[in-house]
Design a binder for this molecule. Sequence first.
Ligand code: GUN
Length: 297
Amino acid sequence: MTATVIDGKAFAATVRGKVAEHVAQLKEVHGITPGLAVVLVGEDPASQVYVRSKGKQTVEVGMNSYEHKLSADTSEADLLALIDQLNNDPAVHGILVQLPLPKHLNEDLVINSISPAKDVDGFHISNVGLLGTGQKAMVPCTPLGCLMLLRDYHGSLSGMNAVVIGRSNIVGKPMAQLLLGDSCTVTIAHSRTKDLPEVVRRADIVVAAVGRPEMVVGDWIKEGATVIDVGINRIEKPEGGTRLVGDVHYESAAAVAGAITPVPGGVGPMTIACLLANTLTACCRANALPEPDGLTA
Ligand code: GUN
């Protein structure tokens, strides 16, 4: 079998299109423009690239983008004061504090100081609890993007066996909750899982989010399974230079899978598209307006 390639780049463009359409309507009918504030502390080069990309795409869908760049030695008190100001600013519907933060700042404390209603990352403990109990939450962007791709490809996920490899708070755990919410039978596997290949071979859906380049190989994949690769790893090429690979060994997995996301161009572009979707959702909820269809869990 040669797998169907799930085109996340194209799907993300569709999501952004839907967001832009809804934003235009919000402006025209209600005079409301959704606003996203992104806070970056320090000069981490990868974070700078992400933040620039977020700001650009926010403006492209017609929303207001507010960027706050703080120096690496910003005190916790100053960062918390900025978050408090953003929490109380009616023009700001979504707040994202780019992670990782410099070591002297307590990430949990900072994230939990964001108003849960504006927590477009879905990292606040209230949103984690709401998601875990099947209530209306803000949902982390990368798992939400994976769920959208799976729903688009399969329609219903009910009764499917899903194996999530990785137990991070950002991807693995919320992904498992979302799959459970769509009535999958869910296994969370991780670095201590015994006989991981055998566990993965039972899966109709595999979500790989371990951060280990090309760890999941074709021999682990059940014939016809759907493989969602969340990994983005830069590796050295034998002939020099570097290339991006996922957590899945693409060629061998694509030979047995029914469908697979490539890296790049799979899950990656969905993350920012879902951030924009979450900002729109937060804005609609803040104004007691109907939420757009198909952009939430
Ligand atoms: N750093 C890497 N990924 C993310 C993310 O999804 N949200 C935030 N806030 N920081 C990140």
